[in-house]
Design a protein around this ligand. Sequence first.
Ligand SMILES: [Zn+2]
Length: 301
Amino acid sequence: MLIGIKVDVDTERGTRFGTKNLARLFQSLSIPATFLFSLGPDNTGRALKRIFRPGFIKKVSRTNVLKIYGLKTLLNGVLWPGPFIAKRHASLLRDIHKQGFEVGIHAFDHTYWQDSVNKLSQEKIDAEFSRAYSTFMTVFHFPAKTAGAPGWQANEKTLRAYDNKNLDYASDCRGTHPFYPKIKDTQFNTLQIPTTLPTLDEVLGTNINESVLVDYFINLLTPHAPNIFTIHAELEGMHYLPFLKKFIQTCLSKGFQFQTLETIAKKYLTEKNKVPICYLTQGFIEGRSGLLSLQGSEIFD
Ligand SMILES: [Zn+2]
């Protein structure tokens, strides 16, 4: 059983507290992980307009957004300019990489991407992704080789932006196994490693009791493909750190193996012609509001 933990870091607060907590936990359990950072301004407060979308209220009350994000974060980009995460925390980000963890791009402006990407032109998406890419370079002094879109918001324009930057792989969708994505007639060159497990916030507040959360996630693991678990610095890196610790410890006690997504990707990249081509589609996932990218059917030709 193979597991890759992808840490999405959405906010300045999550960067400041969550990434450090997670790195400490992973070090103490000797497991590798992949951190994807939001590098530009934290404008989380602007996401509040999402509250007025159907389905979001349930999610807000379920996961207690105020407790998780903190009042200050919820006003970022509304009452004051959103703090520029990579500028404020460059040494912290570099330190995560120095500790041996894989690092990549989650976003420049997380809120902007999550809320607007399907309305933006190719030029605007290229510009936004280039901002993330060049900020990453400024911080780490090497080019980003991976990205994972906020809120699993990907489309043919975002995949084109990735191809233009020659990423090794990306992780933008929900699915079952690694593949090369195709949308309409266009096949893209950047390998997709989909998130295979639900996220904690999708599971919280359903009829699954918190005391059985670890077992719930363990039972979803499969030996047939790499299990990719997306966690959040703001959630599992803070309030739900004990859950994550118990999950990892249980996996280790069962002999399950952890790898970075980069290591998982390498195996597929050395046998490119054996990697399936699948459509990248849009759909719904239980516990999450709005459309997101899904691994579609395999293409045989
Ligand atoms: Zn995110």
